[in-house]
Design a protein around this ligand. Structure first.
Ligand SMILES: Cc1cc2nc3c(=O)[nH]c(=O)nc-3n(C[C@H](O)[C@H](O)[C@H](O)COP(=O)(O)O)c2cc1C
Length: 152
């Protein structure tokens, strides 16, 4: 790994699952590249690889939920972060309910908020989605910090 790559990897990220529902199918995608984008309106940005399975469905859906995972949720992060995309629509064995705008929310996530997709910006091999935050829930616990070794 060159020095520039080492430098950029020192950015600290949380670990999240972006969830949404389309045509009766629930989707979940582990993401680390999520950040707050503005206070007014309250908005966040999520960077999604343009070839990710579920990407087109996410755009069609227009409403998504950011589930913030805690340290105890490593298995959930691995489940929805499978880069074969095998589990992106697999909520089997996971407890969830629906938020008021129809997104599935993982029962034990430490917090979650639903967003309306308001803008997307091309960023090389990723696309940055801007979501205006509609509503949120705050539950027990603190967010997990992404550690590469947990996913190797
Ligand atoms: C810890 C972790 C963080 C990830 N962060 C992102 C991310 O920010 N953006 C993204 O597009 N994919 C991210 N991924 C990969 C997707 O979760 C994965 O690509 C997805 O499950 C779909 O699979 P596919 O790549 O086969 O389409 C991450 C995976 C893991 C394990």
């Amino acid at each position: 790994m060159d020095e520039t790559e080492k430098a950029i990897k020192k950015i600290k990220n949380g670990v999240f699952v972006v969830t949404f529902s389309l045509d009766g199918i629930n989707y979940g995608l582990t993401t680390a590249w999520v950040n707050r984008a503005s206070f007014k309106p309250n908005s966040v940005m999520v960077s999604i690889g343009r070839n990710r399975k579920g990407y087109n469905e996410l755009l069609d859906c227009e409403i998504f939920c950011v589930n913030i995972l805690g340290n105890e949720h490593l298995e959930i992060a691995r489940h929805f972060g499978d880069t074969n995309g095998n589990n992106i629509n697999n909520f089997k064995d996971l407890e969830f309910k629906f938020m008021e705008n129809g997104s599935p929310v993982l029962k034990n996530c430490v917090a979650a908020f639903e967003c309306k997709l308001v803008k997307k910006i091309d960023a090389g091999d990723h696309v940055v989605l801007f979501g205006e935050v509609l509503n949120g829930i705050d539950q027990e616990g603190e967010g997990m910090i992404f550690n590469r070794e947990d996913f190797s």
